[in-house]
Design a protein around this ligand. Structure first.
Ligand code: ZN
Length: 340
């Protein structure tokens, strides 16, 4: 099959590799009707995260099950399934507590790469959620969004304790930040402040349920949030970037006793101890346990209650995946959808 492989910074190739096969009896093989590029793929693409030799890319996936291993009981060939970036057994104590992305048997969700035509999914019974039937074509991008960016934005909003009566601020206007806005809306937040300076992203944030937009960032952004909340700060802040500036913007935008949900992958972030100590802010986040939310997210999408697939604003043929990375790197696209 043809698969996307990252060789080094800005060196994305689409090349022939052997078709994936069942390796473990708990594996499933799925055919990928679409795939996509993630904001987190840009870290190794930009050389900020290092890779260990040529690496098959893509960790967000939906697909049609082609084959399952001999120990798979719940997932069957022909089903349409949604998974996530970590495979999990969904039965261990950590999974049952809702932290499937720290499963004691955790492994990469699509080790053969999901920017491809087929993928091998480990721990199929625990990892995959089947949809009620084959989805209509126009619903597939939304289900793909559930696989990572929606699930991650959702976790950010849950970790920030977004809910009725709350003012929620979202730092970051990438796909995850925008979908954290959608999540906050679904969770019943009263005010949702999207922090963005890009007009097309502001528009989508408003469509997803933002009630206000703040264009300032850093210190100024935090000061603006305080101004808008009687000097207190937001109850809930989602940090969906992962940089020092974004994390401090989030903490400083939160009121005493409030919650920051951080879901941007942190790179070299240091939190000053004394400031944090006196902030009285709760911090919770990390790799989103998307599997916890998948049944609910699939249901919302299936019943057309939400349309997270709107974050895909560029569609390319799979073989033009390198251009998909470039467009996101240059912020010409929020998120690239790839069609084989
Ligand atoms: Zn587990």
């Amino acid at each position: 099959m043809q698969v996307t492989v990252l060789y080094g910074p800005r060196d994305v190739r689409f090349e022939e590799r052997p078709d994936p096969t069942i390796v473990e009896p708990t594996d499933a093989l799925i055919r990928l009707p679409v795939s996509c590029v993630c904001g987190s793929d840009l870290w190794p693409y930009r050389g900020i995260a290092t890779i260990d030799g040529p690496t098959p890319m893509g960790h967000e996936y939906v697909g049609i099950v082609e084959e399952v291993g001999s120990e798979v009981r719940l997932i069957e060939p022909g089903q349409f399934v949604v998974g996530s970036f970590f495979a999990s057994d969904n039965t261990c104590e950590i999974c049952r507590a809702g932290y499937q992305s720290s499963c004691i048997h955790r492994q990469p969700g699509a080790p053969t790469g999901a920017q491809a035509e087929y993928a091998r999914i480990p721990l199929a019974d625990g990892t995959l959620v089947a949809t009620p039937g084959l989805p209509p074509e126009d619903m597939i991008p939304s289900l793909l969004a559930a696989s990572d960016v929606l699930g991650t934005g959702w976790f950010g909003a849950v970790a920030a304790e977004a809910g009725p009566g709350k003012t929620v601020a979202v730092v970051g206007d990438g796909a995850v930040g925008l979908l954290a806005v959608l999540a906050a809306k679904q969770l019943g937040a009263e005010r949702i402040i999207a922090m963005s300076r890009h007009e097309s992203r502001q528009r989508l944030a408003l469509e997803f349920g933002a009630t206000e937009i703040v264009t300032e960032r850093g210190e100024e952004g935090a000061a603006r949030i305080k101004d808008m909340t009687d000097g207190l700060g937001a109850h809930s802040v989602v940090e969906a970037v992962g940089t020092q500036e974004a994390m401090m913007q989030a903490i400083r935008s939160t009121r005493a006793g409030g919650h920051v949900g951080f879901v941007g992958v942190l790179h070299d972030v240091e939190i000053p101890g004394e400031e944090f100590f006196f902030s009285h802010v709760h911090l919770h986040g990390g790799p989103a346990p998307v599997r916890r939310f998948l049944p609910e997210l699939v249901d919302l999408i299936w019943n057309r209650k939400i349309d997270p697939g709107k974050v895909f604003d560029l569609t390319l043929p799979l073989e033009e995946v390198a251009e998909g990375y470039r467009a996101m790197d240059e912020r010409r696209a929020i998120k690239t959808l790839l069609r084989p």
